[in-house]
Design a protein around this ligand. Sequence first.
Ligand code: FES
Length: 328
Amino acid sequence: MTAHRGPGERFGPAADFEAELRVTGYETVADGVVALTLRDPGGRDLPVWSPGAHIDLSPRPGFERQYSLCGDPADRTAWRIAVLREPEGRGGSLLVHDELVAGARVRVRGPRNNFALAEAPGYLFIAGGIGVTPILPMVAAAEAAGASWRLVYGGRRRASMAFHAELAGYGDKVVIWPQDEAGLLPLDDELGEPRADTLVYCCGPEPLLAEVERRCGSWPEGALHVERFTARPVTEPVRAEGFEVVCERSGLTLDVAPGRSILHTAEDAGIMVLSSCQEGTCGTCETEVIEGEPDHRDSVLSESERAAGDVMMICVSRSRTPRLVLDL
Ligand code: FES
């Protein structure tokens, strides 16, 4: 089973901090991976964040991507992110690599945390490739808390694995597992025996997440926490036809047509809704459900959060019932 937030933890109000920050550091930390340091140009402190948080980075107007913060949460003067150059991607990583060199300015929003580290006696961290970024501050926090923890970190080649030298300082708590030397991550060994005192945190490419989710099916409810930066594959919506959305705060009733999202329908009606990824991965558009049953199609909510049905990501999720009443 999966879970994404600690007990009682909810997404905060729609992102509140938005600013133009200056790139003060641009460092190649592995083949194809750069780490950027971002600071307020006026020297002001940046908002507090916790391990697992991400920011929205907008290297160009209308173009936004999410990156995990991977620096030290205690350092309020700087944020650090690491970005893999993906020539086959949607272009965001190339903009970051080519244009956000030291001295450049970039619009950011956040931080937001869909992947918070819950308190536990023990942790198993599993990272694949650039998915190590949110895990870095997590292992530091687990170490500082005196928890028992272990990180298994896989990548294609050692030279492509960011921060492996930094992680080596933790000794045998960290297993570096380059695929060209050792093959695929030994997930059966790591996850074969469910452990009641251990939470599993995993970030990486979709095939790794899917394999970890499958193996954690026998682990206690809420043991597994995953972070996705690409949307998981979705099936057809439960309702092929449209549905009605009552926007309680705005006093508007909208018809959501098949093939049109609730988010875009609300925007068309003049309702201001914050959004970022528009593919169900970032949590920015989370909206409270007052009545009706959502058809969840996002990659953020856990099974238990989906079953509770009290919030939904309106950029991708739809309705199982002819009518939804939302806090919009
Ligand atoms: S805008 Fe990112 S989850 Fe909806």
